[in-house]
Design a protein around this ligand. Structure first.
Ligand code: DSN
Length: 424
């Protein structure tokens, strides 16, 4: 018999760490562009008894018995994903966005084949060909970046590189780029050279669900995504595709790259898809974009340089050199976390500093919007951040800004105490 004792009775150390992190989550303003707060319903499914089930394979084609109910549940998740994004096919099993990308690469390419993607320091992602990642080690990477003047993706460069290197995969998508992607231009370039167009929508798939940014599905052959960022679901990945790529993708995820799917996470993805299909989710994602815009506009007015000049989505990058040449991203991020604003340091295009130091900060608004903040609080947060950065050597000024941040955060707790019974 398993013990029916509570977590606190069995493992007070872990319970106490959860309680402490809940206090941290409830007392800060959260601006990490890839984070969010899952609902109690998502977390209930994520911690459900589906964690116990092995289900290698796909619905109605499993390598284990006892999958009748898991089949119904995973089918529901697949159908909800297809309907939410207008996709012909969905694979909801990838454990993460990186494994979704790996699955797509395995399904389309041999080692040594060429991918054309955005360079990490220009706003791309590790799995888009960074030399420290499997993608950069197993594939031939050709990388595009931003136009030095407009700081928008240089589509002329994308086309020139595509014609020169004839990649098998043209990859559009980002972790730190604040403007819309030109799907029509990417599609035309991929068609011109007979390449597959892959869109990595990990960062903005939630905004797509809410209709706040254009949907890549009608343009791309394949779209990869995560479910825990703006989409506000459980930690995990997924792949959407046309029917043409359905079989090879499914095979590349299982048995190609993963074993048993994490069915409790699949159940939680299904819940997130349902939540994201509600009209209020569009209100939420519109607010994410409005908040990002309000913060970026405030900063521009305050004389801070924002990469690409502003934002169309949920994030933007600050160039700290416009505040203080000597202040690195790492030091700034640490200082801000200490006074109650949590974000991450980030390379900016052509950053003179190393990736573990950087000259930039990335600001994202999905989590603060889930906290309930709107434009007024977003602008106020931007004001407080700039004030702290300008006074980063002045202890008493930082203490005073920290007090204002704490007062603001306390009014916008993601998990106020009446939720306590739903969290463990
Ligand atoms: N690590 C994520 C981010 O913060 O953007 C992307 O996977």
């Amino acid at each position: 018999m398993i013990s029916m004792k509570s977590l606190g009775e069995i493992d007070p150390e872990i319970e106490s760490l959860i309680t402490r992190d809940l206090a941290r989550q409830n007392s800060h303003i959260h601006l990490i562009a890839s984070e969010n707060f899952a609902s109690p319903a998502v977390m209930a499914a994520s911690s459900s008894i589906f964690t116990n089930k092995y289900a290698e394979g796909y619905p109605n084609k499993r390598y284990y018995e006892g999958c009748q109910i898991v089949d119904e549940m995973e089918t529901l998740a697949i159908e909800r994903a297809k309907s939410l994004f207008g996709a012909a096919h969905a694979n909801v099993q990838p454990h993460s966005g990186s494994q979704a990308n790996m699955g797509v690469y395995l399904s389309l390419m041999e080692p040594g084949d060429t991918i054309l993607g955005m360079r990490l320091d220009q706003g791309g992602h590790l799995t888009h060909g960074s030399p420290v990642n499997f993608s950069g080690q197993y594939y031939n990477i050709v990388a595009y970046g931003l136009h030095p003047e407009t700081e928008r993706i240089d589509m002329d460069q994308v086309r020139t590189l595509a014609l020169e290197h004839r990649p098998k995969v043209v990859l559009a998508g980002y972790s730190a780029y604040s403007r819309h992607l030109d799907y029509e231009a990417f599609r035309a370039i991929a068609d011109e050279i007979g390449a597959v167009l892959l869109v990595d929508a990990a960062h903005f798939i939630g905004l797509v669900a809410g209709g706040s940014v254009p949907n890549p599905v009608p343009y791309a052959d394949i779209v990869t995504a995560t479910t825990h960022k703006a989409l506000r679901g459980p930690r995990g990945g997924m792949i959407l595709s046309s029917e043409e790529y359905a079989k090879v993708i499914d095979k590349a995820i299982f048995p190609g790259g993963q074993g048993g799917p994490i069915e409790n996470q699949v159940a939680a993805k299904a819940v997130a898809f349902r939540e994201a299909s509600r009209p209020e989710f569009s209100t939420y994602t519109d607010q994410i974009v409005a908040n990002a815009r309000a913060m970026a506009e405030h900063m521009v007015e305050a004389g801070v340089r924002i990469i690409s000049g502003g934002t169309d989505n949920h994030l933007f990058l600050m160039d700290l050199r416009s505040i203080d040449e000597d202040l690195s991203g790492r030091d700034a991020a640490k200082m801000l976390d200490q006074i109650g604003v949590t974000l991450n340091f980030n390379s900016i295009p052509d950053d003179p500093r190393k990736p573990f130091i950087t000259s930039g900060l990335r600001i994202g608004t999905p989590a603060m919007t889930t906290q309930g903040m709107t434009e007024a609080e977003a602008s106020e947060t931007a004001r407080l951040i700039v004030a702290a950065l300008r006074k980063h050597n002045d202890e008493s000024a930082l203490e005073s800004v920290g007090g204002e941040i704490a007062a603001l955060a306390s009014r916008f707790q993601p998990y106020p105490s009446e939720f306590a019974g739903h969290l463990s």
